[in-house]
Ligand binder design. Sequence first.
Ligand code: NAI
Length: 331
Amino acid sequence: MKILFFGTKSYDERFFTECIQKERYQGIEINFIEPDLTPNTAALAKGYDAVCAFVNMDIGTRTVEILGDCGIRMILMRCAGYNNVDLEEAKKRGIRVATVPGYSPESVAEYALALALTATRRLHKAYIKVRENNYSLVGLMGISFYGRTAGIVGTGRIGAAMARICYGLGMKVLAYDMYPNKSLDFAEYVDLDTLLSNSDLISLHCPLTEESYHIINKESISKMKDGVILVNTSRGGLIKTDDLVQGIRDNKFFAVGLDVYEEENGQVYEDKSDEILQHSTVARLLSFPNVMVTSHQGFFTVEALRAISETTLENALAFAKGERGANELLS
Ligand code: NAI
């Protein structure tokens, strides 16, 4: 089985090369290339059986059409989310799609907490101040999470891990999900409005779908407590950025931590430090002292990368053996 691996970074190559040495993956071959998978690069896949792609790539209708024309029979997503893949088109063309659900959910949940604490305790400001020989505490006052209420939106693998972490910090935990997670017996499931109006920390962990698109908007922000802390490690499209910016300007938020944001595509995972910014989302968000933005790195731990490479290769192995893998999306 020949796989063309798009958007290769040094860490991808390191972990996949390590993993593919295992005897069980004999017969699977990976060619690593740097370009992302887009309609402009999809034709490179001619002669391969499968492509391996990531969350930031454009795997919309046109890309899938080209992959189909090139004879690609499987798209191996090396991530949990797949909102960037045109599944309908893939199904139409008989291209199978597999993902890596639930690789180290704790890694993402721990990162959500790190973002929440960094933004709330102003660590991002403190780090720069001390480097500048400025030991004043002015502007750095935080609030403690202990005894406050955490609201977890989406309690699947990552949300559940975040709920457990918040409970461990001594927080009361409210949760909102259409499918309550029975293992979270310490959490109180409530409707979204109740969660919004009672939480001191709101952490988003639901996938981006038609229903959840812009779930955080002017109206939902107005329902939140004044001085709320908002964290998003899920998908940028969950938050309507213009409404968030207005909310920050209106002093609604004590702190905001974003690992994902609208318009991140085109720059996520790239070094653009030498270029003029072409849009203003990041610049506007970074202009606020209580906002911390990072570039979709919640998953980025040794544990997660190991799990990602192993599960992706298991997905490939199932295909190579003519079996239907457990992580395939299309029936
Ligand atoms: P999961 O599928 O285990 O859980 C998602 C939960 O959200 C489910 O319980 C589902 O019922 C619930 N849900 C769906 N729509 C909802 C809505 N409108 N309102 C409330 N709940 C809703 O997914 P998992 O593994 O926990 O991942 C969650 C999200 O985290 C992924 O969809 C992905 O977007 C994001 N993610 C971000 C990463 C990062 O590096 N920042 C890494 C991995 C995932």
